[in-house]
Design a binder for this molecule. Structure first.
Ligand SMILES: [Ca+2]
Length: 257
């Protein structure tokens, strides 16, 4: 390249010198040499132009390669980010699967514990409603096997207040198909009383032999209420029966007027 430039410059100087020297006094031989030099000069110019074009093409090629390299780096970066996101998603799915498995195991344990028909699972009786402090009850509670007082089993040792939640069990080791009858005299101050009862499965409430609440058909635990004006001593009788599953019975009353 440099040699070519030097050669081209030398050729140009020589051509100029010849042109200057030959002004007005040239021979035929000199004219021929001059033509030859002109042709060579033009040839060199062409070669120089081609070389410049080649250099320019080389530059463009290098630029294109750099651009391709940058694109490749960008693609690699995006691919890495996508892989990282996919990995995070996989880890999240694995954690969710583990959590779901734990939930299933816990549910299984809870189901196994709650379905045990065991007497020891029964919590002690608690009062669901406040009874009127002005009343007392002298109940006895007879327990029978069979859902219709079929065979006498015994007396509940603590019949009052009437609030028993035997879960899947029952008194005296009974679990299904038993019945209980509470009965006793209660002294009421004059006033209006609200009676509340709930049972699983069925119950009947009598006051002085009159049927006030009748939910003898099997059903799950719900509240049932009725109001009555009372004064003095009255006979209260509550009949309860359990078929299968959970067993619960409660009865209370309160003076509202
Ligand atoms: Ca039941």
């Amino acid at each position: 390249m440099n040699k070519r430039k030097i050669g081209l410059a030398s050729m140009a100087l020589l051509l100029v010198g010849i042109l200057l020297a030959g002004t007005g006094c040239g021979s035929q031989k000199e004219a021929t040499e001059l033509d030859q030099l002109k042709r060579e000069f033009v040839q060199f110019q062409t070669q120089l132009q081609e070389e410049r074009q080649a250099q320019e093409a080389e530059k463009q090629k290098v630029g294109e390669e750099e651009r391709i390299a940058q694109l490749a780096a960008a693609v690699a970066s995006e691919t890495l980010a996508a892989l990282e996101a996919k990995l995070l998603e996989k880890e999240r799915e694995a954690r969710l699967a583990q959590l779901e498995k734990s939930i299933v195991e816990l549910e299984s344990q809870i189901t196994a514990q709650s379905s045990q028909p065991s007497w020891r699972n029964c919590p002690p009786p608690v009062r669901p409603y406040p009874d009127s402090a002005t009343t007392t009850a002298n109940f006895k509670a007879e327990v029978f096997s069979g859902e219709n007082f079929d065979e006498y089993v015994g007396l509940l040792p603590d019949p009052y207040p009437v609030n028993f939640d035997w879960q899947y069990g029952g008194p005296f080791g009974l679990t299904n198909y038993f019945s209980v009858r509470w009965e006793g005299a209660v002294s009421f101050e004059q006033g209006t009383y609200r009676f509340r009862a709930r049972a699983d499965d069925g119950f009947r409430l009598y006051v002085d032999g009159q049927l006030l609440l009748d939910r003898w058909s099997p059903h799950t635990t719900r509240n049932h209420e009725i109001t009555r004006s009372l004064s003095g001593d009255h006979n209260i009788r509550l009949e309860y029966r359990e078929l299968t599953g959970l067993s619960h019975i409660s009865l209370s009353w309160e003076k509202i007027q």
